[in-house]
Design a binder for this molecule. Structure first.
Ligand code: C5P
Length: 237
């Protein structure tokens, strides 16, 4: 039986992948299936948490007992997280959020024109919701020690590059983002849409905390084990 070690705690999970509209018929998206976020919601519910899922373009049925809000774009997800994060004990950012979005959305479908090149799509940066959440919490903690969310968990999917291994990139990202935990997914192995996952959990300094491989719900429990561990540390302080 699963220990109900998240009883009474509010867990906010982002899941899926955002869509950035180019015109009324086209968008820029990513391969995130939402399965790991869903598994986190299931696992947190089983451990007694009150779960809110912020679902970005996920078709799956809502896990029984979870509250759900659907969002489309990175901007919509950012607004929803900003609204809900202060009421959450734990924020888990499992969604794949677009880093870039079209600067403008065309009112009408963009047409191809005989004899003309393809039009460029002018992109602009989106807000880094995870980083912003960490910054906002740090600012609030200046005046209200222990301000929520108590734990912030980020995800990092990396493929590596010619210069750096994916793990090195994830360690750097952990430090840059400042989340309490960063769940590193090695995309070299290819996990999109799969039922299983293999992750390495890093702390805020990028150091190894745990490794978990298996069904996504097992990985979810592995992540929540670390969350529970950190919550225990917080309680002791
Ligand atoms: O920088 P990168 O996109 O690899 O970071 C991944 C982590 O940051 C994930 O937890 C994702 O949900 C979050 N993220 C975000 N806002 C963005 C991009 C990523 O919160 N614009």
């Amino acid at each position: 039986a699963v220990r109900r070690d998240l009883e009474g705690l509010r867990v906010l999970v982002t899941a899926g992948g955002t869509r950035e509209e180019i015109d009324p018929v086209r968008y820029i998206a990513n391969h995130s299936s939402g399965k790991q976020g869903w598994a986190l919601a299931h696992a947190a519910l089983a451990r007694g948490a009150q779960v809110t899922l912020l679902a970005a373009n996920v078709e799956a049925e809502t896990p029984p007992g979870a509250e759900r809000r659907d969002v489309g774009s990175a901007a919509e997800l950012a607004a929803a997280v900003a609204e809900l994060r202060e009421d959450a004990d734990v924020l888990v950012m499992a969604a794949a959020v677009a880093d870039f979005t079209p600067r403008t959305r065309a009112e009408a479908k963009i047409k191809k024109v005989e004899g003309q090149d393809a039009p460029p799509i002018d992109l602009t940066r989106t807000e880094d919701i995870l980083r912003r959440s960490v910054e906002v919490r740090a600012a609030r903690r200046e005046v209200a020690p222990g301000a929520a969310p108590r734990i912030i968990v980020g995800f990092a999917a990396e493929t590596g590059s010619a210069q750096s291994s994916s793990l090195e990139l994830a360690r750097l990202k952990a430090r840059r983002k400042g989340a309490d935990l960063l769940v590193f997914n090695d995309l070299t192995a290819g996990v999109f849409g799969a039922e299983t996952n293999s992750v390495r959990i890093l702390d805020t300094e990028g150091a190894d905390v745990a490794e978990v491989t298996g069904e996504k719900v097992r990985v979810a429990h592995g992540v929540l084990d670390q969350v529970v561990g950190l919550l225990g540390d917080v309680r002791l302080q």
